[in-house]
Design a protein. Structure first.
Length: 324
């Protein structure tokens, strides 16, 4: 849960976002509404709608359009989670059974497709070319990121540049798009819009880096899914990439053998965790995440002091300070 003081002054806005989400989930096919409500009410932090609203409120009031467009962003985000859970064969999401675990892969994919389609229809009904272009572009970028990540599974030759490209496309692009849409609604100038978009991009990068670190260190009860999930799914994230840069030949071979082993156990993970701690790569990766928080905050230089500006700064700090 995000600190109340960070988003307290947009509390009424967030209630209207929830109302818009509930309204647009109504479908003539009752089962679609049921499943979509299940996943969208399962404890999401609504970080992306918060970014949209705060960006809109930096200089002006974003108006009633904020709420439907926040629903667009949240539908896109939720659709990617549904598809990711199928790809990863994940049983839990935010501590609850995933849609594919309850209703099967076919339904998880179809509900995800429905949410994508609903998001596109809502964005189109807004009748703003820049908003529609932003939504269209980000769905393409996120799909590209997922494809690259899948191609790079268990690829220990993966570089830091590869890693940054994946999280830039798969995660940070939607943070940036949220900020862009908010900036459009708030009537920001093109140069201000570019600043806010860059803020979202760096914040999204820091968010994903922190997520990847938490996968190694957070308790399962807090994480809401099994710990060390990335390793078990074959995902190569920054802490492991950095450790492989320092590993001896014997240590590197141990990691190679882990990724070639079927049905690995928690005991098999422990030597890799020891390797990360030996070379302090969890701390080094977190330091890099903090660098992106600082870059994000620097992007907002020049904006007049306001509650929205303070909240955006606090939100950037939060993404690397959160427990989950």
């Amino acid at each position: 849960m995000m600190p109340q003081q960070m988003v307290g002054f947009i509390e009424e806005d967030l209630k209207k976002v929830e109302g818009a989400i509930a309204h647009h989930l109504e479908s003539q096919v009752g089962f679609i509404s049921e499943v979509a409500r299940y996943v969208l009410s399962s404890g999401g932090k609504r970080v992306r709608p918060v970014l949209l609203i705060l960006s809109a409120r930096l200089c002006n009031d974003g108006g009633e359009r904020m709420y439907d467009l926040s629903a667009v962003i949240e539908f896109i985000h939720t659709a990617t989670l549904l598809h990711d859970d199928v790809i990863d064969n994940a049983a839990l999401r935010r501590g609850n059974p995933t849609v594919h675990a309850l209703w099967g892969n076919e339904m998880a994919i179809l509900i995800g497709d429905y949410l994508y389609s609903k998001a596109m229809a809502l964005a189109l009904s807004d009748k703003d070319h820049l908003v529609m272009q932003t939504v269209s572009n980000v769905t393409v970028e996120m799909a590209q990121g997922q494809v690259i990540e899948t191609l790079k599974l268990r690829d220990l030759a993966m570089s830091e540049d590869d890693y940054y490209r994946i999280i830039d496309l798969k995660t940070a692009s939607l943070f940036a798009a949220s900020c862009t849409i908010g900036a459009v609604l708030g009537g920001l100038s093109p140069s201000q819009r570019a600043q806010v978009t860059a803020f979202g991009q760096h914040t999204g990068i820091a968010f994903q880096m922190a997520d990847d670190i938490l996968d190694f260190v957070a308790p399962e009860a807090q994480l809401g899914k099994p710990v060390h999930n990335d390793l078990k799914e074959g995902k190569i994230t920054l802490p492991l990439i950095m450790a492989m840069q320092h590993a001896s030949a014997q240590e590197a071979q141990m990691v190679v053998e882990y990724f070639h082993k079927k049905d690995s156990t928690e005991a098999d993970v422990q030597p890799i965790l020891a390797l990360l701690h030996k070379y302090d790569t969890l701390q080094c990766a977190m330091a890099k995440a903090h660098e992106h928080v600082l870059k994000a905050q620097q992007c907002l230089e020049g904006f007049a002091p306001s509650p929205a500006l303070d909240a955006l700064h606090a939100l950037a700090d939060y993404v690397v300070a959160r427990d989950v």
